[in-house]
Design a protein. Sequence first.
Length: 170
Amino acid sequence: MFGHTETETVQDDAAIRRIHELAPAVNGALSQIKKQAESGRTDRCEASARCLKEAIKSAKLPKDYTDEATGAVDAIMRHAFMKATSIASSAAIEAAMEDEIERRAMKIKEAREKLAGAIRYKAPEEFRRKCERMLETALFSGGVKAKGPTRAKPGDMVPKVEECAELAEA
């Protein structure tokens, strides 16, 4: 047993004890972040994730456990940003179909911000391409129909016909 001392086993036991003490709190925090991620609230998710990562680092837990917990938090954050991007892209297309140009522009901007966050958390390349296509669709949709008469379609210029049935009977 070269290189092993009693202090190392005591430190290992203390680390295992700390993991067992903090595991329920970490799992509870992860489930809370998952709930927020499902609704697409990235700002709340980021704040919760930041606090959880700091708590894990300050607890002086073993590197394996901190890496595993950090990986789980990053996966949840990636999911949250992907969900938020999808919601914003769909809303942009919907606004374009309803000819609401201002709302379409706001949703496209929001979707691009969320897409940048998803890419930061290593979202798949296929997801990025899909979102870019959705944003292009939203950008090129809407704003085509003119409100009111135009030169090509001047509108209803023919005078309305009055009820002549009463005059014919007399």
